[in-house]
Design a protein. Structure first.
Length: 459
C-alpha cells in the first residue's frame, strides 16, 4: 500500500496518482473530511484497504455492508471505498442509496459482520465521511478508529485475494417492511416529517404513512444542494421551520430527521422543541409499563427525571448515566442489555424486542407516534367509545386537548403559559351537572398519573 500524503492539491499530476488523506479526518466515532481538500478518491481507496486489513487482523469475517447518502459525490466516494475493500479481500454488499440505520439494519438482514456507510450526516456540502463497525450493532469508538488511522496513514494496508461485489437493490423495501411491521395507529395522527431535502426524504414519510399516520412531507424531496438549510434537527434554522410548519398546518407534531436518518427531533403541536432526553422519559414511562424493571441508558447531559419520575420509580426502572456520544451510549446500552438508550442530541437506541440496538431516527419516530396514540383521547372518538354516556363529536389538539360531547359539553386540558402546571377548563350548555361530571372525569384521568402534579382548578 502506498503511504498517503497530506500535502497534495487538486489539479496536479500527483493528486491524480497518489492518495491524499489528512490525519484530522479520523474522529472519535467515525471518519470525516472535506472532499477534495483533505481526501481524494485514491485516499478513500486507501481507507477501504485499511478497514479491510483491520477486519482480517481482528479475525472478523470480511463481509461488509456499504451504502451512501444523497450528495452529488457520495456515489463516487462509495465506489472508491468498495475498490479498497475488495483489494483487501472483502466481500462487499452494496445497498445503494441509504440511511445509516438502513445500513446497520442490512448487517442483520444480510448476515454481514461489518459496515462502511458513506455519509457526512448533517454536515454542509463539501464534507464526506464513513461510519464503520465490525460488531453488530456497534460502530467504532476511539480505540478502533485510532488503529485504522495508523494502518491507513502509515501505509500498512495489505492486499488479499477473494474480494467480491454483491449488489443489493431492494434493501429500502426490506427495511421499510421490517420497521413498520406490527405497528398500526388507532387514529391518523397528523405529523409533519421534516427531512431538510436529505436522504431521509426517501424513507421517513413512507414509513410513518405505512403505520397509519397522516403525513405531511416538509422538504422531503431529495436535493443534494440543500437549498434551505442542512438537514439537522438541532440547528435553529431547521427547528424554526419545523415550529412554523406545525402551527401553520395544525399538526399534532413535527418529527425532524438529520442527513443520514440516525437522529430524530420532536416539535410539539404548539411549536416547542422537546429535547430528546425529555422524549426519552416519556417513552420510558410507556415502555417500562410493558417491561417491568426495565434498564435504560442516558448520557450525562440528560434530565434528572429518570431518577425522580414517580412513574419510572413505580415501574422499577433502573437508569445508567453514561458518557456523552452516540458511540458510547450505543455500546453501553448493548453491554447492559438495556431496553433502550437515549442521547440528548437525538440518538435513540432500542434493543429487542423493539429494535436491533443501533440508532434509528425512523424507529424512534414510530415509537413517539405510538406513545401519542396510546395517550390521546382521539382514540376513544375513533373507536366510537362514549364519555359521560355520550358520543365524542370532536377532539381539538391545537393547544392541549379539547373534547366535545353530543350535547355541547366540553373539557380542555392544556399546559399553562405562565407556570409549570396544567389548566383544566370545562363548560356545558346543557346543565351544571354535566359540567361538573366532565370535570370529575378529567380529574379522575389525571389522578391516575402522579407525575402530573397539581393543576389550576378544582370544583
Amino acid at each position: 500500500m502506498i503511504k498517503p500524503r497530506s500535502d497534495l492539491v487538486p489539479n496536479t499530476a500527483d493528486y491524480e496518482n497518489l492518495p491524499l488523506v489528512t490525519a484530522n479526518g479520523f474522529r472519535e466515532y467515525d471518519a470525516r473530511w472535506l472532499f477534495g481538500k483533505e481526501i481524494n478518491l485514491l485516499g478513500i481507496q486507501a481507507l477501504g484497504l485499511g478497514l479491510g486489513t483491520y477486519l482480517h487482523d481482528i479475525g472478523v469475517q470480511p463481509k461488509v455492508v456499504t451504502g451512501h447518502d444523497f450528495r452529488s459525490y457520495s456515489l463516487s466516494i462509495k465506489q472508491a471505498l468498495v475498490i479498497g475493500l475488495m483489494r483487501a479481500g472483502c466481500e462487499v454488499h452494496d445497498i445503494g442509496l441509504a440511511l445509516s440505520p438502513v445500513a446497520y439494519f442490512a448487517q442483520f438482514a444480510l448476515d454481514c459482520p461489518a459496515v462502511a456507510m458513506v455519509t457526512a450526516s448533517h454536515n454542509e456540502n463539501g464534507w464526506t465521511g464513513v461510519k464503520m463497525g465490525a460488531k453488530r450493532p456497534l460502530t467504532f469508538g476511539p480505540d478502533e478508529i485510532n488503529v485504522i488511522k495508523d494502518i491507513v496513514l502509515n501505509g500498512k494496508g495489505k492486499e488479499r485475494a477473494g474480494g467480491a461485489y454483491v449488489a443489493v437493490p431492494d434493501m429500502r423495501e426490506t427495511y421499510l417492511q421490517a420497521v413498520t411491521k406490527g405497528h398500526k395507529l388507532s387514529r391518523p395522527i397528523r405529523v409533519i416529517a421534516a427531512c431538510g431535502n436529505g436522504t431521509a426524504g426517501a424513507f421517513a414519510p413512507e414509513a410513518l404513512s405505512r403505520i397509519g399516520a397522516e403525513v405531511i412531507g416538509m422538504d422531503a424531496d431529495l436535493d443534494f444542494t440543500f437549498p434551505k438549510y442542512n438537514p439537522n434537527p438541532e440547528d435553529l434554522e431547521m427547528l424554526h421551520a419545523m415550529s412554523h410548519a406545525v402551527k401553520e398546518q395544525g399538526a399534532d407534531l413535527c418529527l425532524g430527521f438529520d442527513g443520514d436518518g440516525d437522529r430524530c427531533g420532536v416539535v410539539d403541536d404548539t411549536g416547542r422543541e422537546i429535547f430528546a432526553d425529555k422524549i426519552g422519559v416519556m417513552l420510558a414511562r410507556g415502555l417500562s409499563a410493558e417491561h417491568k424493571n426495565a434498564q435504560f441508558v442516558v448520557d450525562v447531559k440528560s434530565t434528572g427525571l429518570y431518577l425522580t419520575d414517580p412513574v419510572l420509580k413505580a415501574n422499577g426502572v433502573k437508569t445508567d448515566y453514561w458518557k456523552t456520544g452516540h458511540s458510547y451510549i450505543k455500546r453501553r446500552t448493548s453491554e447492559l442489555g438495556a431496553l433502550a438508550g437515549f442521547e440528548k442530541s437525538g440518538h435513540f437506541f432500542f434493543n429487542p424486542p423493539i429494535g436491533h440496538g443501533y440508532d434509528d431516527g425512523i424507529v424512534a419516530g414510530i415509537q413517539v407516534l405510538k406513545m401519542l396514540d396510546r395517550a390521546g383521547p382521539g382514540a376513544m372518538k375513533d373507536k366510537g367509545e362514549v364519555l359521560l354516556g355520550q358520543r365524542i363529536v370532536s377532539v381539538v389538539t391545537v393547544n392541549g386537548v379539547r373534547v366535545t360531547l353530543e350535547d355541547g359539553t366540553w373539557g380542555l386540558v392544556r399546559a399553562s403559559s405562565n407556570k409549570p402546571s396544567l389548566v383544566v377548563v370545562v363548560e356545558s350548555p346543557a346543565s351544571e351537572v354535566n359540567m361538573r361530571a366532565m370535570f370529575k372525569d378529567i380529574d379522575a384521568r389525571l389522578g391516575k398519573h402522579p407525575e402530573v402534579g397539581e393543576y389550576d382548578q378544582k370544583i
